[in-house]
Design a protein around this ligand. Structure first.
Ligand SMILES: [Zn+2]
Length: 114
């Protein structure tokens, strides 16, 4: 069980977060997601990018360098707006998910004690 279904929205928001800040492309995004602990393949990410583009959140252009070409994605104004709204929802959820937990720093102090 890889919980792909649960993480799908998180991955979409993560992609949109980067696409709002800078142009992104598939391979770099796969590496970025791996850095954050998501084992995602091109076969999973590309349909996500295409879906976000079809919904109007992203727009893409083909950029050529030398003999190779890659598709570069940027957030559309509608995508940036949707992301700002989603970000507030994430903050709200985050607050509830962690409301009963110790702040990270004090938990760390606890662990250091013998
Ligand atoms: Zn990131």
């Amino acid at each position: 069980m890889d919980h792909k279904h649960l993480y799908a929205g998180l991955i979409r928001l993560h992609v949109l977060h980067h696409a709002v800040k800078e142009p992104i492309y598939g391979l770099a995004m796969i590496e970025e997601l791996q850095r954050h602990g998501y084992k995602i393949s091109a076969g999973t990410l590309y349909p996500i990018l295409h879906g976000l583009e079809r919904k109007g959140y992203l727009t893409s252009t083909e950029e050529r360098s030398g003999g190779s070409a890659r598709r570069v994605y940027r957030a559309t104004p509608a995508g940036a707006e949707a992301f700002s709204a989603a970000k507030l929802k994430v903050r709200e959820l985050f607050g509830e998910l962690f409301e009963d937990e110790e702040p990270l720093s004090s938990t760390f102090e606890e662990r250091k004690r013998p």
